[in-house]
Design a protein around this ligand. Structure first.
Ligand SMILES: *Cc1c(COP(=O)(O)O)cnc(C)c1O
Length: 418
């Protein structure tokens, strides 16, 4: 468990400590969440939050940047080393803002972009109507096929028709491998930029257990807080010097003001951790766990979108499997201290707020030390709960089992031996 904090402001002190207890007592299956080390927390909570430094290392609009310059350079170097890319911008406040800066650097307003549809597992910022990406750009989408899998011939066909200026690959809810080489072929055929958004799978890519886009994509973006297990934020990378210059300009002053140096330092600390051999083992375990977890559901006859997982997450069709909506399944599991998120399934007839699926991910509980054994137990508990949505007595028993699991696997403070 993280250390309890003490503040003069008792309102916020209490809520942070309650949240700490909630995180400790809940089984966390949201695929985009994780538990950072206490070193990452220390950097994120450091005096660096006081510092202003618009601009880039050695080219700032403010004085007193001698320390933060060095921190930002270390973060850039580690990012390049981790992803085998030449240029890194480590300032983006979040993945969505990073994506806005990428759009701005490669496109003009109104230009055509092609991304995966939201209900197929794409992200809001990949062209969805209510996001900047669908409002200020002319956005088109491809979908997964009826088996929940990307069909690259179909994507090529759509790309030939649409002739987008940029194609986006890399997703939020897709359990198969993204074949960046195939996307590169498609992008080349239609003369489009290729943008790989590896927010979810960046940890797997670092560990070499998912193909890397570094040789294929014009631009790569990852959030730093998902499988990468760092602080909240994002980084943008490229191998092209001209694109790198444009990206720097579009991050600042295009979309952002002063960099958050506490976050940049915390990113650097998580990159340090990701460069260690323990990180590779961790990522392998995430994937092994997801595989065991998913297969247990399949053994029970549960419908998994695309039929399997090859990464850290998968989507269950709870409507077909349990006659529940995603929202209902989410609420039942929440009452048992199991945190998931409802998720649309391909060609969902429910709205995103209701949906017909739930998304399950293994990164967070793998950080707490769960192995295949615990994930199989957990699949059985979830399956029992969703098969008997009204059995209060059974739910009480399941809640006790959940509590046994969380107390046996407390949140770790460190992932490396000091
Ligand atoms: C999480 C995610 C983002 C956005 O990250 P935020 O930091 O929440 O803005 C962008 N793209 C993909 C594919 C993601 O999964």
């Amino acid at each position: 468990m993280y250390k309890k904090i003490s503040l003069v402001d008792k309102d916020i002190e209490e809520l942070i400590n309650l949240e700490n207890i909630r995180q400790e007592n809940n089984i966390e299956l949201i695929a985009s969440e994780n538990y950072v080390s206490e070193d990452v927390l220390k950097a994120a909570g450091s005096c660096l939050t006081n510092k202003y430094g618009e601009g880039y290392p050695n080219k700032r609009y403010y004085g007193g940047c001698e320390n933060v310059d060095k921190i930002e350079i270390i973060a850039q170097e580690r990012a390049c080393q981790l992803f085998k890319m030449k240029y890194a911008n480590v300032q983006p406040y979040s993945g969505s803002v990073a994506n806005a800066a990428i759009f701005m650097s490669l496109l003009n307003p109104g230009d055509k972009v092609l991304g995966l549809a939201l209900d197929s597992g794409g992200h809001l910022s990949h062209g969805y109507k209510i996001s900047f990406s669908g409002k200020f750009y002319n956005s088109y989408s491809y979908s997964v096929n009826e088996n929940g899998i990307l069909d690259y011939d179909q994507i090529l066909k759509i790309a030939m028709e649409v002739k987008p200026k940029m194609i986006i690959c890399g997703y939020s809810a897709y359990s198969q491998i993204v074949e960046f080489d195939k996307f590169k072929n498609i992008a080349d055929k239609v003369g489009a930029y290729l943008f790989a958004d590896i927010s979810h799978i960046s940890g797997l890519i670092i560990a070499g257990i998912h193909p890397s886009p570094s040789k294929y994509a014009d631009v790569v973006m990852t959030t730093t807080h998902k499988t990468l297990r760092g602080t909240r934020g994002a980084i943008i990378m490229t191998n092209n010097e001209d694109i790198a210059k444009k990206i720097d300009k579009c991050v600042f002053p295009g979309y952002q003001g002063g960099p958050l140096f506490h976050q940049i330092a915390a990113k650097a600390v998580s990159f340090y951790e990701a460069l260690q051999p323990e990180f590779v083992e961790y990522q392998k375990q995430i994937v092994n766990n997801a595989n065991a977890f998913c297969n247990r559901f399949i053994e029970k006859g549960v419908k998994v979108i695309s039929g399997l997982t090859k990464n850290h997450l998968f989507i269950i069709d709870v409507k077909t499997s349990y006659s529940l909506t995603g929202k209902e399944a989410n609420d039942i599991l929440a009452s048992l201290n199991i945190t998931v998120n409802k998720n649309t399934i391909p060609f969902d007839t429910e709205s995103p707020l209701i949906s017909s699926g739930i998304r399950l991910g293994t990164p967070a509980m793998t950080s707490r030390g769960f192995s295949e054994t615990e994930f199989i137990i957990l699949a059985d508990l979830i399956d029992k709960a969703l098969s008997n949505p009204k059995d209060i007595k059974l739910h009480e028993l399941i809640k006790k089992e959940v509590s046994k699991l969380t107390s046996s696997f407390p949140i770790k403070r460190n992932y490396l031996v000091k």
